[in-house]
Design a protein around this ligand. Structure first.
Ligand code: AHR
Length: 627
């Protein structure tokens, strides 16, 4: 009896213990689930460069502010094969999103494309080619190169100047862009020669070794431009070992830390550097937006680079300290944010959608919008901007009719302390601090995407391919970019030729008139029309029908914009392929305006994410298409 009692007590104890254990482990599981909502993988190509250490620190610091995020970091040890293995290892851990900075972007692009087919991918710092990634965050490398050249020109005398350029990894797009920007900007100075180009793979030690061996035969150097501060430091060590002084060294990166560019400028090792923000904090912020399926995620975020010299380093550091970032002014119902919006024109359906998006978004955010239209005239647009300056608006927003000719009026806006946001089109001015931010498309990429589709579509055609190009407004950003991107791809194909490139203005009327002209010249020899926008493409459809041919069948038509009218025409086969250019920029614009007023630094460029359409996908998209 006693033993039965004992057994019963034992049973009860074990039972209670089991219940406690199960409930405890459930709690643990639910706690773990609650704790780790998202697992983020961060793959670095190396951690030798101080810039990458700072990037990881920023990622960690920002991620630590969220209790439900976990981040796993890997270090590729400067070896693309190792980085590829790391990437698959991270996938094996079940990461929800990948943040990657690439060792060799050319080698690793296919791996990134594979991962992107499974999870979102944010590429930091060094871009991949194509469109197979979720978001790119980086700087404008061509601009950094050209700013470095402008600085070098100021520093050098007027006779017989010799520069050594120390580049990162050969073949990397970042390196090509920095170098091209640098060289192009030196073209107007025949007294400056780049006497040597040394590839040092972004590494301090390699830079030191390579320069040391080159100094054995040549020591006549006035200035060194190194593509990053680590290599700039390596160069300075080589010069020091050789006992050479007086060579000015310009670097790129400008990060904090013992061997970071800011310290190197302070201690005089570098004469100057150009900041290349790592984008670590932005990467986490956007990773969360992507994982939480927020709308309006951009395709590219381009961060602004600042020139740092001994003369401005203290001001720069003060500006960077968060304590200094204060809201611009108090916003009340009586005194809401006031924007002056100088729209470019009323060319067609796309522009109407753009105008409506800005007006509606301002209304929704309680922002006062002064709206005026320049009807495609630059003089008128300048006059409107001057009017807004006189009205002391908080912001000026405009879509420039052409790229050039804005220096003076933007200088006036700057003097009046009014920030300028470029909505949908960029300008070309001598000083990029004349505008605060650009929000819109990547027109060059739109041109490339059009050409890539054409080459794929015509891959079995053995005859030469004759193309007619209908260009948008002369000198406008979209016309220049779309032409450039299309030609960049087409020029590699021997059998493709643009038989006629005609100057239009984005309207349906010119599209029709120019197409009639092309048909009169080339008739049915035309295989393809590449139109810089939908309105001109729809005009071309009318012209081709009038001529007695079938648009989309006898002549393929590629267009850009993706308005409803164009998607309908594509759905019934009158157009062949449409690349999206998103006009619904109002919400992102208002967000930028509010961020700026709250004291945040805006990215230099926010590039929208855009799709492409074939006949099938166009039909499906039409059901919900907004413009
Ligand atoms: O700047 C964007 C372009 O301007 C659109 O593609 C075109 O339709 C508009 O006129």
């Amino acid at each position: 009896m006693k033993s039965i009692q004992m057994k019963f007590v034992l049973f009860i104890v074990v039972y209670i213990a089991l219940i406690l254990l199960v409930s405890c482990s459930n709690q643990l599981t639910s706690m773990t689930n609650k704790e780790v909502k998202y697992l983020i993988g961060v793959s670095q190509p190396n951690l030798i460069e101080p810039w990458r250490v700072v990037m990881n620190d920023e990622i960690k610091q920002y991620a630590d502010t969220y209790s439900d995020l976990r981040v796993i970091f890997t270090d590729g040890g400067n070896d693309s094969k190792q980085q590829e293995e790391d990437l698959y290892k991270l996938m094996g851990f079940g990461i929800d999103i990948l943040i990657v900075s690439l060792d060799d972007p050319i080698l690793l692009t296919p791996t990134i494309a594979k991962i992107y087919s499974k999870i979102p991918v944010i590429v930091l710092g060094r871009g991949v080619t194509g469109y197979d990634y979720t978001l790119y965050i980086g700087t404008d490398n061509r601009l950094i190169g050209s700013k470095a050249a402008e600085y070098a020109k100021q520093l050098l005398g007027t006779e017989d100047n010799r520069i050594v350029e120390i580049l990162g990894l050969q073949g990397s797009p970042t390196v090509e862009e920095r170098s091209e920007g640098f060289r192009e900007a030196l073209l107007d100075r025949p007294d400056i020669a780049i006497t040597q180009s040394i590839y040092a793979d972004w590494q301090r030690d390699k830079s030191e070794d390579e320069l040391t061996s080159s100094l054995e035969t040549e020591t006549d150097i006035d200035l060194i431009f190194a593509h990053n501060d680590a290599m700039a430091l390596g160069a300075s060590l080589a010069l020091k070992n050789k006992g050479l002084s007086g060579v000015k060294i310009i670097g790129v990166d400008g990060v904090k830390g013992e061997n970071g560019g800011l310290n190197l400028v302070k201690d005089g090792t570098l004469i100057g550097t150009f900041t290349s923000p790592t984008g670590g904090g932005e990467a986490i912020r956007y990773a969360l937006d992507i994982l939480n399926k927020e709308k309006g995620i951009p395709k590219k975020i381009i961060l602004r680079s600042h020139q740092i010299t001994g003369g401005n380093i203290n001001v720069y550091e003060e500006m960077q300290s968060s304590a200094q970032r204060k809201p611009i002014r108090l916003i009340t119902e009586a005194e809401p944010i006031k924007i002056g919006f100088a729209q470019v024109g009323v060319e067609g359906g796309w522009r109407l959608a753009h105008t409506n998006s800005v007006i509606t978004a301002a209304k929704e955010e309680g922002i006062e919008l002064l709206y005026e239209n320049a009807f495609l005239q630059q003089d008128k647009q300048i006059e409107i901007i001057r009017k807004f300056i006189a009205s002391k608006v908080d912001f000026i927003v405009f879509s420039p009719v052409v790229k050039t000719g804005w220096d003076e009026v933007l200088q006036e806006a700057k003097l009046a302390g009014i920030p300028v946001i470029l909505s949908d089109r960029e300008v070309k001015v001598s000083d990029d601090s004349l505008w605060t931010s650009y929000i819109g498309s990547d027109f060059v990429e739109e041109g490339r995407r059009s050409a890539r589709w054409l080459i794929q579509e015509m891959k079995d055609v053995t005859e030469p391919v004759n193309i007619v190009e209908l260009q948008g407004t002369k000198g406008s950003d979209p016309a220049v970019g779309r032409k450039q991107g299309f030609e960049e791809i087409i020029n590699n194909e021997l059998d493709y030729s643009i038989v006629q490139s005609l100057q239009g203005d984005f309207t349906i009327e010119t599209g029709k008139q120019l197409m009639l002209e092309a048909l009169a010249n080339y008739g049915s020899d035309i295989d393809v029309v590449y139109s810089h926008n939908d309105d001109m493409a729809l005009g071309a459809v009318e012209a081709i029908e009038q001529y007695g041919l079938k648009p989309g069948k006898d002549i393929k038509i590629i267009s850009i914009d993706a308005t409803r009218a164009a998607l309908k025409a594509l759905g019934i086969g009158k157009l062949s392929f449409v690349v999206e250019c998103n006009p619904l920029l109002g919400p992102q614009l208002m967000k930028a305006v509010k961020d700026y007023m709250a004291g945040k630094e805006l990215p230099m460029k926010i590039i929208t994410s855009e799709g492409v359409f074939t006949q099938e996908t166009a039909k499906r998209a039409l059901a919900t298409w907004e413009y």
